[in-house]
Design a protein around this ligand. Structure first.
Ligand SMILES: Cc1cc2nc3c(=O)[nH]c(=O)nc-3n(C[C@H](O)[C@H](O)[C@H](O)COP(=O)(O)OP(=O)(O)OC[C@H]3O[C@@H](n4cnc5c(N)ncnc54)[C@H](O)[C@@H]3O)c2cc1C
Length: 291
């Protein structure tokens, strides 16, 4: 058994100093639902766990009608999906976070942890991508804002450097006539990893007859969550009809690069890309018309 040190800094500066001096051998601990599992099977062997839960900036959960939603890196999922403004304005975030694990997991797990763990199957990431979210990343010398669609670089790897921490995830305020949705397929009703996950968002014209903007992102069909920009290019400005939605499903399938594993074959996953993209797009359109 490896001895692991534990630090629980109470301000951001102290956390960044630890990362600056010992980043290579430190892992950040938020809810611990991924990192503690990895420690147990010795996939991660840090010297130090830096607990982020007492850092005030990482506990912010704020909605501003102009700037949008700020979700601190240590905010647990149950607080996020129960927040009145999140329920009202960010339904895709509720869709995607309410299905992560079960209630005990959601009491600990965070949006920041789901993002930084960078699993290809991570349920929260496609919703963040289609909503145009960014991560606010800090180190001792400053900060940078990175689009979530550029954050993951491979299974379990990200653009984060050893001396950096995600302070918050920032999601723009929803536009008029817009709606978003996330769904996944799992063989069981809960507590399973997505065979395929699909996040969609749409912005419609005032008449509700045409797409002004469409974003689609897929989970579990490539080494990183996929942002399917071919659907954006194809559907923008087009009529909302079955033929165009059908084509979007085909484009999702074409963009996917799935593997076969115990949860499903590559062919099955590609079929699911088509079916789920169409279903999720229809849900986003419904929501856009209600908003
Ligand atoms: C039983 C079970 C069921 C699960 N079901 C699902 C599921 O259905 N869908 C799904 O997507 N996931 C699922 N998971 C995985 C996990 O619960 C989620 O990925 C969760 O959101 C991780 O958040 P956390 O706060 O626990 O992360 P942690 O385990 O604390 O951290 C995860 C990683 O992110 C890093 N990190 C955390 N915070 C920051 C930060 N602020 N800045 C930089 N790096 C940071 C950590 O160092 C670590 O590498 C499940 C896990 C379990 C144990």
């Amino acid at each position: 058994m490896k001895y692991v040190d534990y630090e629980r800094p109470i301000n951001l500066k102290a956390a960044l100093e630890i990362l600056q001096n010992n980043g290579e051998t430190t892992k950040i601990l938020a809810g611990g639902t991924d990192i503690l599992t990895k420690l147990r099977i010795r996939r991660e062997l840090p010297d130090l766990l830096l607990d982020s839960k007492e850092i005030p900036e990482l506990n912010e959960l704020l909605y501003n009608p102009n700037s949008g939603l700020t979700v601190g890196g240590a905010v647990p999922l149950y607080k996020l999906y129960a927040h009145a403004d999140v329920k009202k304005y960010y339904q895709a975030i509720v869709d995607s976070t309410k299905i992560i694990g079960g209630i005990p997991i959601q009491g600990r797990a965070t949006l920041g942890g789901n993002l930084c763990n960078a699993a290809p199957s991570a349920d929260a990431i496609p919703a963040l991508i289609v909503l145009g979210a960014t991560a606010s990343i800090h180190n001792l010398n400053g900060s940078r804002e990175v689009s979530i669609s550029e954050f993951c670089t491979g299974p379990g790897s990200t653009i984060l450097k050893n001396n950096e921490i995600v302070v918050s995830i920032n999601i723009p305020a929803p536009k008029q006539n817009s709606g978003a949705h996330y769904m996944r397929f799992i063989p069981r009703n809960e507590m399973d990893i997505a065979v395929v996950g699909v996040g969609t968002s749409v912005k419609l014209n005032d008449e509700g007859s045409k797409f002004e903007d469409v974003q689609v992102s897929l989970a579990s069909v490539a080494p990183t969550p996929l942002h399917v920009t071919s659907i954006t290019d194809y559907l923008s400005g087009k009529e909302i009809n079955d033929e165009n939605i059908e084509k979007a499903g085909e484009l999702a399938k074409d963009a996917s690069k799935p593997i076969s594993d115990m949860r499903g074959t590559a062919e099955y996953r590609q079929h699911l890309c088509t079916v789920l993209t169409k279903r999720s797009l229809k849900q986003s359109i419904e929501r856009a018309k209600e908003n």
